[in-house]
Design a protein around this ligand. Structure first.
Ligand code: SF4
Ligand code: SF4
Length: 373
């Protein structure tokens, strides 16, 4: 008897509880990191032309150092720890590291190019307690820009659909360097057919510049977003990607260095992968004072930033500070002929936690239920 679907369902329910607890804590504590990217190895087995986050030679970070960094992130109150790279599956002790993240009750996620996934590797990731895996697929057929291609990865996606007990998200991209924009729709439809979540990313060129999308690319981006299941990603599109797609700046406060940390292979904290060196302080010495300072620092790179995970984290703070206006903006109508409509579950949450005269009671119940006080 195949027990994977049952185990997957049970683990998903337990994970949703932990995610809700993480969100409750993020609302409660303004100066705690919601998410951190941790680099266990800078080396990658691929060499995508647009990428500035890998090399082809460095050794894995010693396991005891990575474990210590996980302890330090837990000490700061971090909710989600994402193993990124380079290619994190190249680290020989990745499973031990993931177990350590879970032992601290944090959410363990991995971003991979998928090339090293086998049936056995997927089962080992299940056993390590991985919560979430993201694969970014750039095109249908490999080309000189990227080999993260559906044709190469498809059988691995099938293995994931058969065996993974963790959530899987496939990120499809549009923008500079993507030869055939409609590939993103092919990739997103295939991911959906296999039961995965999908997200859409706007890719920058080799020099990190964001180029506005043409009409066809914009329609494809909207199509991919429409296939996604997450209300939060739809909101992210409305809040950030719509403007970026037409080359317009976004007005927002990037909270990198506070709500989001990027910890490089040398154990230094940076704002993000694209702004390494700021502030460049050792995680060992990173303190409440650093979190408070970075929370309020204005980042000049913010208007045209494409770093989706930091956008998502910023959305939490916008919601925390001004829930009614934020929800209105997130769920504004796609065009003027349509009416803005708040999805029903969000409407209920808004009533309970924002507009109801008993909102303090509901908030206290939620904080107690999620042990987030
Ligand atoms: S697979 Fe990822 S880390 Fe490796 S070169 Fe491509 S984009 Fe960079
Ligand atoms: S605005 Fe974007 S690029 Fe600049 S620090 Fe924040 S996440 Fe990084």
């Amino acid at each position: 008897m195949n027990l994977v679907p049952l185990r997957r369902r049970a683990r998903r329910m337990e994970r949703r509880f932990r995610e809700a607890r993480m969100l409750a804590r993020a609302f409660r504590h303004q100066y705690q990191p919601v998410a951190a990217h941790l680099i266990p190895v800078r080396r990658c087995n691929l060499s995508c032309a647009y990428c500035n986050e890998y090399d082809d030679h460095s050794s894995p970070v010693p396991t005891r150092d990575v474990l210590r960094r996980v302890d330090l992130l837990a000490g700061l109150g971090t909710g989600i720890v994402t193993m990124s790279g380079g290619e994190p599956l190249l680290h020989p002790d990745l499973d031990q590291i993931l177990r350590h993240v879970r032992a601290h009750s944090m959410i363990a996620t991995v971003i991979t190019n998928g090339y090293l996934l086998t049936r056995d590797r997927i089962r080992r990731l299940n056993r390590a307690g991985l919560d979430h895996l993201q694969i970014s697929i750039d095109n249908v057929l490999p080309d000189e820009v990227s080999k993260k291609s559906l044709k190469v990865l498809d059988h691995r996606l099938v293995w994931l659909a058969e065996s993974a007990e963790f959530d899987v998200t496939i990120n499809a991209v549009v923008g500079a360097g993507v030869r055939e924009p409609s590939d993103a729709l092919v990739i997103a439809r295939r991911a959906k057919a296999l039961g995965f979540s999908t997200t859409a990313g706007i890719i920058h060129d080799q020099r990190g510049r964001l180029l506005p999308l043409d009409d066809r690319q914009r329609m494809i981006l909207e199509g991919v977003v429409g296939l996604g299941k997450s209300l939060f990603d739809f909101a992210n599109y409305n809040r950030f990607q719509k403007n970026l797609a037409i080359g317009e700046p976004n007005h927002w406060h990037c909270r990198a260095g506070a709500r989001y940390l990027y910890v490089c292979e040398d154990g230094l904290v940076h704002w993000c992968s694209q702004q390494r060196g700021h502030p460049g302080i050792a995680l060992e010495r990173y303190s409440q004072e650093d979190l408070r300072r970075e929370y309020h620092v204005e980042k000049k790179c913010a208007p045209l930033c494409t770093v989706g995970c930091v956008h998502r984290v910023a959305q939490l703070d916008e919601l925390r500070q001004n829930p009614e206006a934020t929800l209105r903006e997130w769920f504004s109508a796609a065009d003027e002929s349509e009416q803005s409509r708040l999805p029903r579950p969000i409407g209920i949450l808004k009533w309970a936690f924002v507009t109801s005269s008993r909102r303090d009671f509901f908030r206290n119940v939620a904080l107690r239920a999620f042990r987030a006080r």
